[in-house]
Design a protein around this ligand. Structure first.
Ligand SMILES: Cc1cc2nc3c(=O)[nH]c(=O)nc-3n(C[C@H](O)[C@H](O)[C@H](O)COP(=O)(O)OP(=O)(O)OC[C@H]3O[C@@H](n4cnc5c(N)ncnc54)[C@H](O)[C@@H]3O)c2cc1C
Length: 409
């Protein structure tokens, strides 16, 4: 059993690694190093309740006394700048060094900020941290105009929050539909119509050329087709995440998009593990590896890798599960959509309560729901259990989903 475990990155994943290592019976030193000044916190509220107002955006993963109870040494404001594998130590920007027997990298990612003229102007912002959320929130002024670049999850949640704060909103998406990387066209179209109904000006197949400052300090966007938009009080860029893999790369670990790990979370160096948004994970239901960016993966991968570090036998093989809140819609997604498979709708999209299934023969591959959390939870179990379904029964919302399963499958 190791005597000293160091975790780099004190986000949701890092906090869960620390906790689960201890709860798995490890009795040595656990040090959690994070470059943010806060206790590890969950990011989903930053673009939802915390942005709309009325609720704090800060949702700590655990309260401070939990770290004390579990005898975890949490050190905020510590930026790790090097992993020295021969010495088995990490070095921080302030010169401090920490020896490890086992190291976990949970450095997550940072918001991608494309370079375009004006991209570094005040008021052109990205959303990843609590500070980002506070700065954006301060610029959401009733009657103002918000421009959102990117029609993915964060962009759409920002659009919804800004509308709910009384702003007019324009969303620019370069692709031909919203959330195209994760959702099938049916769901993209549904989200488009929901945002349009809420008064958002959504422009797909549209790219930004530049941002200039107006005389009054507001921001004028020029599109690649030459059109200019009405002046904006802020521009929020939501065009994806860059995984923080530099430390791993410089230390010579195998990196391919994310830090490549096996099913226990071990990297190409067996003393070093990686988890959460930064890790490229193998899954049995997928030929290729995946790097997931989700709350559920941050928690569950963190727990699994913590146990593995403590010496438990672990094989992480979770199904992706994701949610988003926009207006009165709780959107959830399980599995991964594959282009070209059969799709079945259960419920009536017009009522903002339905589930879209994607099936391969008689097996559900993925599902997305709007305000149908219970059905989605059951679907998750059906996929996990490997059950086959009577496909036409899926479409009948009067038939409970359990009854759509084929017995003994
Ligand atoms: C606005 C927003 C809304 C979201 N909403 C949802 C949602 O609705 N549903 C959902 O499933 N998921 C959502 N997510 C995704 C989810 O929050 C992430 O998947 C999760 O935060 C990943 O956790 P992590 O700990 O792996 O990475 P991170 O949260 O990125 O944490 C990594 C930590 O490591 C620190 N770090 C990086 N490098 C170093 C270094 N060299 N030294 C020390 N510390 C370092 C970082 O500063 C950070 O604190 C959302 C994310 C954002 C940003």
């Amino acid at each position: 059993m190791s005597t000293s475990i160091v975790i780099v990155g004190a986000g949701q994943t890092g906090a869960w690694i620390a906790r689960s290592v201890r709860e798995a019976g490890f009795d040595g030193n656990i040090t959690l190093l994070g470059d943010e000044p806060h206790l590890p916190y969950e990011r989903p509220p930053l673009s939802k309740a915390g942005m709309i107002g009325g609720e704090s955006a800060f949702a700590p993963v655990f309260e401070r006394d939990e770290y004390e109870k579990l005898n975890i040494s949490f050190e905020p404001g510590k930026r790790v700048v090097a992993i020295q594998r021969h010495e088995r130590q990490v070095v921080c920007a302030d010169g401090s060094q920490y020896l490890y027997d086992r190291l976990a990298i949970a450095t997550g990612g940072r918001a991608r900020r494309p370079a375009f003229p004006g991209s570094d102007m005040p008021g052109v912002m990205t959303l990843r941290t609590l500070e980002d959320a506070t700065a954006i929130s301060e610029r959401l002024t009733e009657g103002g105009h918000a421009l959102v670049i990117g029609g993915g999850w964060i962009g759409l949640e920002m659009a919804a929050a800004a509308r709910q704060r009384g702003m007019s909103v324009t969303v620019l998406e370069a692709a031909d539909r919203l959330c195209a990387r994760s959702l099938p066209a049916f769901m993209s179209d549904y989200l488009l119509s929901a945002h349009v109904k809420e008064g958002v000006d959504v422009r797909t197949k549209t790219s930004l050329e530049r941002i200039d400052a107006a005389d009054d300090g507001r921001l004028i966007a020029t599109l690649t087709n030459g059109d200019q938009l009405e002046p904006a009080d802020l521009v929020v860029i939501g065009v994806g995440l860059i995984p923080n893999v530099e430390l791993a790369l410089e230390a010579g670990l195998h990196v391919n998009d994310g830090i490549v790990v096996d099913e226990t979370g071990a990297t190409s160096d067996p003393a070093i593990f990686a988890a959460g948004d930064v890790a490229s994970i193998p899954f049995s239901w997928r030929e290729n590896r995946l790097r997931l960016e989700s709350w559920a993966n941050a928690q569950n991968h963190g727990i699994a890798v913590g146990r593995a570090i403590a010496g438990e036998s672990v094989k992480y093989d979770d199904l992706p599960w994701f949610w988003s809140d926009q207006y009165d819609m709780n959107i959830q997604m399980v599995g991964l959509f594959v282009p070209g498979l059969q799709e079945i709708v259960r419920g009536d999209p017009a009522t903002r309560r339905f589930t879209l299934f994607q099936v391969d023969g008689s097996r559900i591959v993925a599902a997305a729901s709007v305000n149908a959390a219970r059905d989605l939870k059951r679907t998750r179990q059906i996929i996990k259990d490997g059950k086959t379904v009577n496909v036409p029964a899926l479409a009948d919302s009067t038939v409970p989903l359990e009854r759509a399963c084929i017995a003994d499958s």
